[in-house]
Design a protein around this ligand. Structure first.
Ligand SMILES: [Zn+2]
Ligand SMILES: [Zn+2]
Length: 657
C-alpha cells in the first residue's frame, strides 16, 4: 500500500488536475510496468517509434510496422539499443556525406526562416570562416500546442564552431535575436555584431537568463565602413527602413565577392514616389558588384506600394486632436518607430502616455535609454485616474486578440485600472496576422460592447506593415546590382513568388535559388555559378518548452495534439502474476473523450474487452507486461474507434500483484 511511492514513480504519467483519482491502492512490482515504458502508439495504422541518436541528442522517428511488437512475434523485445545504433549510424552517415567545403567556394546555408516567418538564421562559410546572420525564434503555431517557441537548428554550426567568426544581427526583433540565449554557448560564444538598439534588446533579453555567460557584443555605429572580422571576411552594415530603430542590412565581403542580406525591409514612399532618404541608403551599392542578394519576402504577395508611415501618423494626429476622451492605441510592440511617433504626437496634444504590455514596456525602456523620444510624459498606469480623459493616451499590446494581453483585458473588463466607456476611442493600429482572424473577431466583439469608438486598419490608414510590398521589393532589386538571388524570410510560397519577381526583372533562371531550411547553397567556379547540394544540413525542429530545449519534444507535441483532439483513456488493471487473471474490475479514467457517467454500456464493453485480452495474452510465465499492454491498447483503441469514431490516447497501466 505504498501510495506515495507509486505516485512518486508515476508522477509524470498521472494527470495532475483537480479531480484526478488519487486512490490507486496498488504498488507497481517493477518500474518497467510504467505506462509509457513502451511508446504510446501515435496513430492506428502504423505507430511511430522514437529512438535516440546518442551523439546529437536528436530524435529520429521510425515507422514501426503493426507486427513489430505483435503478439505472435516471438522476439518482441528488439532492444531499443539496437534501434539506437541503427539510427545514429544512419544519422552519422548522412552527416558524413556533406562534402567538405572546397577552396574558393562560398557556402550559404539558411538554417531557419525560409519555410516560415520566424527563426531567421543564415550561415555564410568561406575557407576557414563562418559568419552567421541573425538568430531568431518562431512563435508557437497551432501544430505545436503548449510550446513556447522554436529555434533554428544549429547542429551544422555546432560541429564547426571553431570556424564561427561572428554573429551579425540585422535588427532587434525577436525573430532575429530571440534564439541568442539558447544557442550562443553551443556556438562557442562568438562576438555579436549589431547596431546599438539591437544590442540593448539583446542584453535585456539575456538578463532574463542570469546563469548564462556574458555575451561578447560589438556595437557598430552608423559611420563605420567595412571592417574585418577575420583574414578573409569583412562586414559592412547599411541602413534600411523597417519598423524598429537602427534596422540594417549587411554586406559580407569575401575574396570572391559580396554577399548581401537586406534584413527585414520596406521602402518609404508617398504615392509611389520613393523618398530621398531611401535613395541615400542604397547609394552604398553604386559601384559595387554584388554576388548574391538575400532578401525579405514577407510582403511580396501584396501588390503595389505600402502606405507611408507619415500618413499613419497624420491619421493618429487627427484622432488625438479631436477625440473627446481617452485614446487607446493598440499596436505590435515590435513597431517601435511608430510607437515613438505616437508618443511625440501625444505630447503635442498634452496627453499623458500610459504603456500597457510587458513587451511594449521593454522596448520603451530602450527608447528612453537612447533618448529616441521625449518620454517625460509617460506616466505609470496606477496614476491614470489623476488625469482627465482628454489628456490621456494609452499605448497597448494585444491588437491580435491575444488572450491575456492588455487590450483584451480592457475589452472584457478584467483590466485592473482601465474600464472602457463610450467616450473612449480605441485604435487598432495593426493588420490581422493570418491565423488570428478568430481571436481578433472576439476582441472586436468585446470592444464594441462598450460603445467606444473603434478605429481599425480597415477604416483608415492606421497601419503600414514593416515589410515591403511587391513594388517596394522590386525597387530594392533595382538598387542593388546582383548576380545571384536567394529569397529568404517567408513561407515557401512567398519565396517562390519573390524568385519569380527577380526573374521578371531579368535575372537568369539558373541564377535564382529557392532554399529550404538546411539547404546547402554553393557559389563556385570563381563566383560564376550557383548550386544547391543534394545533401542538407540538419534542419529538424528544435523547440523550447518551458525550461527544456531540444528536438526531443516532437513526440510530446504529437501527444498534445492527440490529447487536444480526442482526449485520453487510462486503464488501470491489476493482475495476479501467478494466475494471469484480473484481480478486480479494471479502473478507467478518461479526460476530454466522452462523459463516462453517461456511457455505461461502453464502459462495460471496454472492461469485458480488457478482461478477455488479459486472459488471452497473459499466458506464459513470467508474464510479458509490455506485450500485454500493447494488446490492451490495440484492442481497446479499435473498439473505441469503432463505437465512437474517436481516437483517444489509450494508456494502459498494468500492475502485477
Ligand atoms: Zn523585423
Ligand atoms: Zn523578421
Amino acid at each position: 500500500m505504498d501510495k506515495e511511492k507509486f505516485n512518486r514513480e508515476n508522477r509524470r504519467f498521472i494527470p495532475r488536475r483537480p479531480g484526478s483519482p488519487q486512490g490507486i491502492h496498488v504498488k507497481p512490482a517493477t518500474r518497467s510496468y510504467s505506462p509509457f515504458a513502451s511508446n504510446t502508439p501515435l496513430n492506428h495504422g502504423a505507430p511511430l517509434r522514437q529512438t535516440e541518436d546518442q551523439k546529437g541528442k536528436k530524435l529520429v522517428f521510425l515507422r514501426k510496422s503493426r507486427n513489430f511488437h505483435g503478439r505472435n512475434n516471438k522476439q518482441p523485445q528488439r532492444t531499443s539499443t539496437s534501434m539506437r545504433k541503427v539510427t545514429s549510424e544512419y544519422a552519422r552517415r548522412r552527416e558524413q556525406i556533406i562534402p567538405p567545403l572546397a577552396p574558393g567556394v562560398i557556402r550559404i546555408i539558411p538554417l531557419g526562416g525560409v519555410e516560415q516567418i520566424g527563426k531567421n538564421m543564415t550561415a555564410i562559410e568561406y575557407g576557414e570562416d563562418i559568419v552567421v546572420v541573425d538568430a531568431g525564434i518562431q512563435f508557437k503555431t497551432e501544430e505545436t500546442p503548449g510550446i513556447d517557441y522554436m529555434l533554428p537548428n544549429t547542429k551544422y554550426l555546432e560541429t564547426r564552431k571553431e570556424k564561427i567568426k561572428g554573429l551579425v544581427i540585422t535588427h532587434g526583433h525577436l525573430d532575429h535575436i530571440g534564439a541568442i540565449p539558447f544557442i550562443m554557448e553551443s556556438l562557442g560564444n562568438p562576438p555579436i555584431y549589431t547596431r546599438e538598439f539591437g544590442a540593448l534588446l539583446i542584453k535585456k533579453r539575456q538578463s532574463e537568463f542570469p546563469h548564462l555567460p556574458e555575451l561578447n557584443i560589438k556595437v557598430i555605429t552608423k559611420d563605420v565602413g567595412s571592417f574585418p572580422i577575420s583574414d578573409n571576411l569583412k562586414l559592412r552594415f547599411f541602413g534600411i527602413t523597417h519598423s524598429i530603430p537602427e534596422s540594417a542590412g549587411v554586406i559580407i565581403e569575401t575574396p570572391i565577392g559580396d554577399i548581401v542580406g537586406t534584413g527585414d525591409v520596406r521602402v518609404d514612399s508617398l504615392n509611389g514616389v520613393v523618398k530621398e532618404e531611401e535613395f541615400e541608403q542604397y547609394k552604398v551599392f553604386k559601384n559595387r558588384k554584388v554576388l548574391l542578394l538575400m532578401m525579405d519576402s514577407t510582403g511580396v504577395e501584396k501588390s503595389g506600394w505600402g502606405i507611408s508611415e507619415d500618413l499613419v501618423i497624420e491619421t493618429i494626429d487627427n484622432i488625438m486632436k479631436s477625440a473627446p476622451g481617452r485614446v487607446v492605441i493598440a499596436t505590435f510592440a515590435s513597431q517601435v518607430e511608430r510607437i515613438i511617433r505616437f508618443i511625440n504626437t501625444a505630447e503635442k496634444y498634452n496627453r499623458k502616455v500610459f504603456i500597457e504590455g510587458r513587451s511594449m514596456k521593454n522596448n520603451i525602456e530602450v527608447v528612453k535609454f537612447l533618448k529616441l523620444a521625449n518620454t517625460s510624459n509617460i506616466v505609470p498606469v496606477e496614476e491614470l485616474q489623476n488625469y482627465p480623459p482628454h489628456k490621456v493616451m494609452i499605448l497597448s499590446t494585444g491588437a491580435q486578440g491575444e488572450e491575456f494581453a492588455a487590450l483584451m483585458r480592457m475589452a472584457n473588463n478584467s483590466h485592473k485600472y482601465i474600464r472602457l466607456n463610450s467616450t473612449d476611442t480605441v485604435v487598432l493600429s495593426s493588420s490581422v496576422i493570418p491565423g488570428n482572424e478568430r481571436s481578433v473577431a472576439t476582441l472586436k466583439d468585446n470592444l464594441y460592447r462598450h460603445d467606444s469608438k473603434i478605429v481599425t486598419y480597415a477604416d483608415t490608414d492606421v497601419h503600414a506593415g514593416g515589410h515591403g510590398k511587391r513594388a517596394e521589393l522590386e525597387w530594392i532589386h533595382r538598387q542593388i546590382p546582383y548576380k545571384f538571388f536567394m529569397p529568404i524570410h517567408g513561407h515557401h510560397y512567398m519565396l517562390k513568388i519573390h524568385a519569380e519577381l527577380s526573374r521578371s526583372i531579368g535575372t537568369p533562371k539558373e541564377n535564382v535559388v529557392v532554399p529550404d531550411n538546411g539547404s546547402i547553397v554553393e557559389i563556385f567556379d570563381n563566383g560564376n555559378k550557383i548550386r544547391v547540394l543534394k545533401e542538407k544540413a540538419p534542419a529538424g525542429i528544435v523547440m523550447v518548452d518551458g525550461f527544456s530545449v531540444g528536438d526531443v519534444q516532437e513526440v510530446v507535441i504529437r501527444d498534445r495534439q492527440m490529447l487536444a483532439q480526442d482526449g485520453m483513456f487510462v486503464i488501470i488493471a491489476s493482475i495476479d502474476v501467478n494466475s494471469g487473471t484480473l484481480k478486480k474490475s479494471p479502473d478507467i479514467i478518461s479526460r476530454g473523450f466522452i462523459y463516462l457517467k453517461e456511457s455505461q454500456d461502453l464502459l462495460k464493453q471496454t472492461r469485458f474487452i480488457i478482461k478477455k485480452t488479459i486472459e488471452e495474452s497473459a499466458v506464459g510465465r513470467p508474464i510479458n507486461f509490455d506485450m500485454l499492454k500493447e494488446a490492451i491498447t490495440d484492442n481497446v483503441e479499435r473498439y473505441l474507434f469503432q463505437t465512437t469514431a474517436k481516437k483517444p490516447m489509450v494508456i494502459p497501466v498494468v500492475i502485477g500483484v
